[in-house]
Design a binder for this molecule. Structure first.
Ligand SMILES: Nc1ncnc2c1ncn2[C@@H]1O[C@H](COP(=O)(O)OP(=O)(O)O)[C@@H](O)[C@H]1O
Ligand SMILES: [Mg+2]
Length: 251
């Protein structure tokens, strides 16, 4: 069954500063939904609101609704009965700079798989291989799973982070500028991967690039000063003049 995430009337404050105001967005399986906007406009905060990662900061206050419909069941992320640890597994996240653990490639998986999912030793290998295959990294690393993850290239490290997120079997993916630190070739490779993954997971991805957004997104929300100021569909995203105006207005 299709999964959908709907955010309604979201307000977020850090201390006295309101950083998101009345945000309504939706993203669904089969589509890549992009968040674009200038630095400081609230893109990362919006992404983190979906899986309640903002809660780790003191002084944060969130109002509004985030509903995840997964396999026919709806999770109300800010409802009293929400299991936050489970929510964070449901909505897997990948960050701007690859955050590999300073340990082996294998342990980058075994640590979360054991601690978060409580998997047994015998269950680990097949899970790791499946995740690495899903991001097309298996052939590159299968002979050296014991090597330090930090010896991989930037693009490989980011694919490793994506594989690690996938190994925890999320239902939804949140990607925060996943290619911001990568060169052209590594960027294109991740873009292709993301386009393939959207068939299996609803994806909300922050992008720092209008070019990238027009290449891979099915829909985009433009944020400015914490508000959604524009919603672009696939057709809009292929309009050079509209993109040109956005680039002038926003960046
Ligand atoms: N943990 C935090 N504590 C206090 N302020 C924060 C925190 N995270 C983000 N902010 C503030 O919220 C605003 C939006 O930040 P962010 O969501 O990171 O924007 P973007 O990702 O679009 O660059 C900024 O003014 C930023 O300084
Ligand atoms: Mg950000």
């Amino acid at each position: 069954m299709e999964s959908v995430v709907a955010v309604k009337g979201l307000n977020v404050w850090f201390g006295h500063a309101q950083v998101l105001s009345g945000v309504d967005i939706e993203f669904r399986q089969g589509e890549l939904t992009a968040l674009i906007g200038p630095s400081g406009s609230g893109k990362t905060t919006l992404l983190r609101a979906v899986n309640r990662m903002n809660d780790v900061f003191s002084g944060v206050r969130t109002e509004g609704e985030v509903a995840l419909s997964v396999n026919g069941a709806t999770v109300d992320a800010y409802g009293d009965r929400c299991d936050v640890a489970r929510l964070r597994r449901t909505a897997g996240m990948v960050f701007q700079t690859p955050n590999v653990l300073p340990t082996s490639i294998r342990q980058n998986f075994t640590v979360p798989l054991r601690h978060v999912l409580g998997l047994k030793k015998s269950e680990l290998d097949s899970r790791i291989e499946a995740a690495l295959r899903e991001v097309e990294l298996w052939d590159e690393v299968k002979e050296r799973l014991g090597a330090q993850a930090q010896t991989l290239s930037g693009g490989q490290q980011q694919r490793l982070c994506l594989a690690r997120a996938l190994s925890l079997e999320p239902s939804v993916l949140l990607l925060d500028e996943p290619t911001a630190s990568l060169d052209f070739r590594a960027t294109r490779r991740i873009e292709h991967l993301i386009v393939r993954l959207k068939e299996s997971y609803p994806i909300l991805a922050v992008s720092h690039s209008l070019g990238q957004t027009s290449r891979i997104a099915d829909r985009a929300y433009v944020l400015n000063s914490g508000c959604v100021v524009e919603t672009l569909d696939r057709h809009d995203l292929r309009e050079p003049e509209l993109l040109h105006r956005l680039a002038e207005d926003l960046f």
